[in-house]
Design a binder for this molecule. Sequence first.
Ligand code: FAD
Length: 462
Amino acid sequence: MDIAAAKAALMHLDLDDNPAAVRAKSRDFFWYSPVLKDRLDHLSADFVVMPKTQDEVIEVLAACHAHDVPVTVRGSGTGNYGQAMPLAGGCVLHMQNMDKVLEISPGRVVTQPGTIIRELDRITRDQSGQELRMFPSTAGTATIGGFICGGSGGVGSVRWGMLRDYGNILRIRVATMEARPRILDFTGRDLARVSHAYGTNGVVTEIEMPLAPAYDWVHVFLTLDDFTHAAALTHALALQDGILLKLATVCEAPVAARYFQRFRGHVSDTDSVIALMVAPHSMDGFLSFLSHEPGARLIYRSDAHDWARDPGPAYEYGWNHTTLRALKVDPSITYLQVRYAGPDLLDKVGAIRARFGDELIQHLEFLRETGVMTAAGLTLVRFSTEARLDEIIRIHEDMGCMVFNPHRYTLEEGGRQTVDARQLDFKRQADPKGLLNPGKMIAWDVPDWDYSRAYDYARMRH
Ligand code: FAD
């Protein structure tokens, strides 16, 4: 790796090698996990380049390829599994200057990857009355490229499913990491080769996303004093075909009373909270549904409320924002990502609650998976030791609940614990020297890694 030669070749671009600035731009939200904090806190790249055009991206990749310098792409660094952490140093390719929205037409938008998601949504609304089908709860800060490459779904998934589902991304353009980088477009089934690949096999330079009709969503909070009832109500509501929702979140007591500061005076320690986004024309249907639920109390609706301090969008209490709010108040909290599926999904949640008691606090996000309602459990965990965290995960799996481990930074360990042959195959073609975000794809480094082994890859490598 010849850092000095690569820097010299790229000095005419927007390049920063001030150590403090480089360290700041080398960090993401890995610290969410006490395990990753331990493993990744010391890392920093050697320099940062902020390209303004696809041609500049090509220039950076060619120079880094020539001098064997690793490249880790960065959107806004809000990924919470250390996806954007430069394990091998080298160059951080920061996409913030590639933020142009290129084309909007019925049902679709073409954009550069560095566009901030909320801004992209605002522009499509203003110019065409359409909105993004889904976005992460970090829409206010995260980029669309980071979402495609490092995220999975979120606000909107209750209606549209997850990013990986057919039709939720239309086209991705990538630059390869070769002596002469190529520009390739991926559509249809081939999207899976480069989406959610943590930038390990290409740099995304353009994205085409589907759009839906835009609504002035009504943000709603309900309380119930029984979590089992609250979860069943949210599930039943999410299944109502005639009521258009963009968010269906439920948090067990005392999450709201303890961690949602603007809820003070509106909730008690025993209140479980439901957070919803309801289309304005669905409010009547929603209120009719609610009239059959005497235990539910509507405490807030964004179109008519008397709260002295506006709580802000409901989605900033859902998805991983729930964890963030808890962490701010109690740094000993960490979390899991559990998949609850099947007709007995709420029974599984009940069994997990009974098994762990106070050690876990439930937080469910309802989402559609090929026409079936499932739930993502972004369960809050009172962290004690890493060994106990591993044990909690194993017990979930033994009880039939799949866990996407958020305390691992590799693609495979945070995913389905298997090699993705499509991504690996494309990496062989697009990054033959293995310079893109090294260390994040186990299949590239150790093709015969045994995923059934109980220890983690990072610990074995270092
Ligand atoms: P980064 O963190 O900068 O990058 C993410 C990954 O993508 C990295 O591996 C990076 O190398 C790669 N990458 C970025 N840009 C490119 C590119 N142009 N080409 C190739 N690779 C690239 N995620 C969800 O899916 N849903 C949620 O609801 C959600 N909620 C969150 C809430 C909180 C409070 C936090 C901290 C995180 C949450 N996340 C969620 C994770 C994360 O915020 C999102 O996935 C977000 O979209 C990442 O965007 P980013 O611009 O910050 O990407």
